[in-house]
Design a protein around this ligand. Structure first.
Ligand code: 9WN
Length: 430
């Protein structure tokens, strides 16, 4: 491991490479996460990538969010993937989500709602320009509709926190937090071919059993009148309160509120305040004092999930933790960081479920590092935030713009020339 000091020339090269990467992955108004592996527009990837574009091309940054919201459903949902153009390199694609003769334009599920956070970032970066005002005026009602969708479709019981119905919705697909809930019996599935395994080693990807469960959920949702939001919440055999989604939504509500004030939309502020008040209460149920961590909750059993994942620290990003809770989180975080050379691992390295190479079960993800750092700074833990920042600089300097990184060796894993890693190098690690 290096001392965390990198020559300016190395970082300058990363900046150039990052701009080059976004341009290379630009499919015209939207940025794919990586060639071959992910050839469509992904929801939270795009929202993060817009912040990267904003650093050198304001108009293109707004286009990213515009194109994302062009895929918004009438009910307000922003899908996890939008299939703008055909591709044969990803499974499950448009035919699986739709019908063979009439492929779907998108998936029927969503992903963490980063868009309002990103919209505020863009607006603040470019606040003196007329373009930002115009774009924000167009975007605001769509953002509001998407947050309203979360509450009507995913919190009909008014718990204050929303549910995800598929691990893909969390963005942390094979997190150990889903292991127990993903034990429901799978259906008889049509034969299928894992295309991800053509691009990335099986040792770094979810297992076949996990994919069988993913697809069982997909086919069951499709059977419910094509993903009817009124039904899915009640029939899904997987229904979790996810820390990542809820932390991002809580933070996004604050940014949506900020935008509403800027745009003079005072009429919606009380609605957003209600989400924030109820959310704040809802998070209290997710605190596990014994572990000193927040935990996801299985809504079907009512139990907190005992799984120490990096999502446990994201309530710092939301700002919902008390000072005492923050202190306990930081104590845990320090232990994790002391156990591996590069942080933040996506699972506690001292937990038996930790797998340093397998996707969301161990590797470091730069976007999560950014959120955790942002939260730590908010709570005044500048020293540990700096440590994570330095690790992120070291990982990207040594291994490049990879999808995720091995916390034990610092090696790059998964996809190469990955858009959200590039965006983070531009908007955060500059
Ligand atoms: C399914 C695109 C996406 C990310 C997710 C990540 C992975 C897809 C997959 O890639 O998920 O959505 O097929 O593995 O888990 O967070 O948005 O980068």
């Amino acid at each position: 491991k290096s001392e965390g000091v990198f020559e300016d020339s190395v970082r300058l090269h990363i900046v150039e490479e990052s701009i080059e990467c976004l341009r290379r992955n630009d499919y015209g108004g939207y940025t794919i996460p990586a060639h071959n592996l992910y050839p469509f527009q992904w929801n939270w990837d795009s929202a993060i990538v817009a912040a990267g574009w904003a650093v050198f091309d304001e108009a293109r940054a707004w286009a990213e969010l515009e194109t994302l919201f062009s895929g918004q459903w009438e009910d307000g949902m922003v899908p996890s993937i939008i299939f703008h153009k055909p591709s044969t390199t990803y499974f499950p694609g448009p035919e699986i989500w739709g019908l063979p003769g009439s492929p779907s334009k998108s998936t029927g599920i969503t992903q963490p709602p980063v868009a309002a956070i990103s919209a505020r970032f863009l607006f603040e970066q470019t606040v003196h320009g007329k373009l930002a005002e115009k774009k924000m005026a167009d975007l605001f009602p769509k953002l509001l509709a998407s947050h309203r969708w979360w509450y009507k479709a995913r919190d009909p019981e008014k718990k204050g926190v929303v549910a995800i119905l598929h691990p893909w919705e969390s963005g942390m697909d094979n997190s150990p937090a889903w292991d127990a809930a993903m034990k429901f019996p799978t259906d008889n599935l049509p034969p299928y071919e894992r295309k991800d395994l053509h691009h990335v080693s099986a040792s770094m990807r979810p297992t076949k059993d996990t994919y069988d469960h993913y697809l069982t959920l997909l086919y069951r949702f499709k059977a419910e009148n094509f993903y009817d939001w009124k039904k899915l919440y009640w029939v899904s055999p997987f229904r979790m309160t996810d820390l990542c989604t809820n932390s991002i939504l809580f933070r996004a509500n604050q940014d949506l509120r900020w935008l509403a004030m800027k745009l003079g939309k005072d009429d919606v502020v009380s609605e957003i305040d209600e989400w924030l008040d109820r959310g704040f209460e809802g998070f209290k149920q997710l605190w596990d004092d014994n572990a000193g961590l927040y935990q996801c909750q299985d809504q079907l059993t009512g139990k907190l999930v005992d799984a120490p994942t990096s999502a446990a620290f994201l309530p710092l990003f939301a700002g919902v933790a008390s000072k005492e809770q923050a202190a306990k989180l930081v104590e845990n975080l320090k232990q994790w960081l002391d156990s591996v050379p590069f942080g933040v691992p996506s699972t506690d390295p001292n937990d038996p479920r930790f797998e340093p190479l397998r996707y969301w079960r161990g590797p470091v993800w730069i976007i999560i590092n950014w959120m955790i750092c942002n939260g730590l700074l908010h709570y005044g833990y500048d020293d540990i935030a700096e440590r994570i920042y330095d690790d992120s600089v070291a990982l990207t300097s040594n291994a490049g713009l990879r999808e995720y990184f091995d916390p034990k060796t610092g090696d790059g894993c998964g996809g190469e020339l990955f858009s959200w890693t590039a965006a983070m190098c531009l908007a955060w690690l500059d």
